[in-house]
Design a protein around this ligand. Structure first.
Ligand code: AGP
Length: 617
């Protein structure tokens, strides 16, 4: 999604906002631009200088030679096309016809067509196909009447419907940044004699650790020495400042060639961080985040509904099986984009668990709102502190993965599954569902998972051999039963999103109902066999495939040898409690996807057509 940065202060402003923008590249984009409202010069310059370019940031940077040391107030933007193609005219910032106001925007202006027609009638001309450009002309129009930028920006925003976060600079008022937000994230970074704004925290970390997260409906006036927050109507607001504990290095590659690899290797630590403080010495799970719910209240939730998208949905599938086993009550798991329009059967008896790394996914947020409207209690499992989903939930369990930069999710997935295990065990403990000895053994086995993942990473060389063999193959199937089916879905998603290869996941028993027709020599079929009670069934499925010349890769616990003769390649993983196998079984698959994508020369951290945080529907 689009990235926004802004700066007001004494540093070279273009250098600063472009440097910040680089740290938002993970969001995905197809064009970029920057605008500077410089101080008035002897030559009497009054225009905001705007430079923009289609393509990656490097293209924009190659056009900025005269601008790097500029002083002034600057905004910059990476655009992910929604209205109008990824061209230079459509890149942000957009600017007023007199060249004195520039604006950047993340989101969608829904009523832009009627506003555009009205503005054209009034004599404004447009230079792009974007919805955003109407906003800058609206500000200009309002400025002509009010003679004051703050009033003009407020007036313009009152005329638009839709989702936005925006930032505006002008030479009417060149030492002030205006910012507002209704949907897409916007964060203010607070300095001394300088202030910053950005769509996400990693952009700010090099400059300041003090941040304010704007909420929907907030309007900010930002100068070097002050930040004033109000509603759009002008009512003063107070937002709590917080200190970011991530250091800058945490958000950078740390010596790995790609963020994805770095994040894969961070998984043991991320898991341990997710467990930290939540497992007691007496081997029980204690989630202080849920202390607001009494035992009686928890007992009123006769239904559990999980909603999420993509990888987070796959984590939800693992949780469904785990919760149903431990809590013996129905658990539904739905893709958020389907759930939101499905007239869902949730109500005050429902605990709705919303899973999201970013906490900003538009479909997941809409699903949350629908469940909430119907009376459900919302518990979110989120990675990004202060994100929209957390703010609209009754309670949040943070995953503690740290910033995940690669579009393809790895450590966020592992920590989502881990947080869901914690939640299941917490609820089972509160409800005294399980024998206390058994519950303790579940908890004990959970604490072994960081080491088990470390062990898988220690065997990465074996996955390298396999990747070298598979890199030229074109079609991949991933098969599993029970928990292994959830792993198969996630493994297939990893491969397809970063290598652009065709990868499908199926419940293994479904192959004979159609997909088996596709299996022939050259087709790779990865079979997961981590569930002892389903192993014999899985073995039959594996043999069906090898009898049709498919290249079979088996992923099995280290003590399991029954697949050795039927599979061409066997990847062994540590033998953990079968319910926890999703945590260890996915790791070699993440590595495999990474290594195949690398061998095929793919971009990996920013795959084509995808964005890290999907903040539009
Ligand atoms: C996974 O690799 C993808 N990046 C994607 O499926 C992602 O999990 C999905 O868009 C949901 O994002 P969220 O967790 O930030 O809500």
């Amino acid at each position: 999604m689009c990235g926004i940065t802004g700066y007001v202060g004494p540093r070279p402003c273009v250098r600063t906002v472009i440097d910040m923008l680089r740290r938002l590249e993970y969001r995905g984009y197809d064009s970029a631009g920057v605008a500077v409202a410089g101080r008035p010069t002897a030559a009497g310059d009054t225009d905001v200088e705007v430079v923009k370019a289609a393509g990656k940031l490097a293209v924009l940077e190659s056009q900025l030679h005269d601008h790097w040391e500029k002083q002034g107030t600057a905004i910059a933007h990476t655009r992910w096309a929604t209205h109008g193609g990824p061209t230079t005219p459509n890149a942000h910032p957009h600017f007023s016809n007199d060249g004195r106001i520039a604006l950047i925007h993340n989101g969608i202006i829904e009523n832009y067509q009627e506003l555009k027609e009205d503005l054209i009638r009034k004599g404004f001309h447009f230079t792009s196909d974007t919805d955003t450009e109407v906003l800058v002309h609206l500000v200009d129009h309002a400025f002509r009447a009010a003679g004051d930028m703050e009033t003009a920006v407020r007036a313009a925003l009152r005329r638009v419907t839709g989702a936005y976060s925006i930032a505006v600079v002008s030479t009417h008022d060149s030492e002030t940044l205006y910012a507002a937000k209704t949907a897409s994230p916007l964060i203010l970074g607070l300095g001394v004699g300088e202030n910053f704004l950005a769509s996400d925290i990693p952009a700010l970390m090099r400059y300041t650790k003090r941040v304010l997260v704007l909420e929907d409906g907030d309007f900010a006036v930002v100068t070097r020495d002050a930040v004033s927050l109000t509603t759009l109507e002008g009512k003063p607001l107070v937002r709590e400042e917080f200190l970011v504990t991530w250091d800058e290095q945490t958000a950078e590659k740390g010596g790995y060639p790609h963020f994805m690899l770095k994040e894969i290797y961070e998984q043991p630590r991320a898991l341990a961080d997710t467990f930290r403080g939540r497992i007691t010495d007496s081997e029980s799970v204690r989630l202080t985040e849920l202390e607001g719910f009494t035992k009686d209240q928890l007992a009123t939730f006769t239904r559990i509904q999980i909603v999420a998208c993509g990888t987070a949905y796959h984590a939800g599938m693992v949780a469904k099986l785990f919760f149903e086993k431990l809590l013996r009550r129905p658990v539904s798991v739905d893709v958020a984009s389907e759930f939101r329009y499905s007239d869902p059967l949730v109500g005050p008896d429902t605990l709705c668990i919303v899973v999201s790394q970013s906490g900003e996914t538009a479909d997941t947020l809409a699903a949350l709102r629908e469940a909430r409207r119907l009376g459900a209690t919302i518990l979110s499992i989120v990675n990004v502190v202060g994100s929209s989903i957390t703010r609209e939930s009754h309670a949040t369990l943070y995953t503690q993965a740290g910033p995940e930069i690669c579009v393809a999710s790895t450590k966020a997935y592992l920590t989502q599954v881990a947080a869901l295990y914690l939640l299941g065990l917490h609820l089972a403990g509160v409800e005294a569902r399980l024998d206390s000895g058994l519950l303790r053994s579940y908890v004990r086995d959970l604490t072994m998972l960081p080491d088990a993942v470390e062990e898988v990473l220690g065997r990465a060389l074996l996955v390298e051999e396999l990747a070298a063999r598979l890199a030229e193959r074109k079609t991949f199937f991933y098969l599993g039963r029970g928990y292994d089916y959830a792993v198969a879905l996630e493994a297939a998603l990893k491969l397809k999103e970063i290598s652009y290869l065709h990868a499908e996941a199926y419940p293994a028993g479904e192959m004979k109902h159609g997909p088996l027709a596709l299996v022939e020599a050259g087709v790779v079929v990865v079979c997961f066999g981590t569930q002892p009670h389903l192993f014999e069934k899985m073995l039959s499925n594996l043999k069906e495939v090898s009898a049709r010349d498919g290249l079979v890769v088996a992923v099995v616990p280290e003590n399991e040898h029954r697949a050795d003769s039927a599979a061409e390649y066997v990847l062994r993983i540590p033998a953990v409690r079968p319910e926890y196998a999703p945590i260890v079984a996915i790791v070699p698959m993440q590595l495999l996807a990474y290594l195949v994508a690398k061998a095929r020369g793919r971009e990996i951290d920013q795959p084509r057509n995808l964005a890290k945080s999907v903040t539009v529907e």
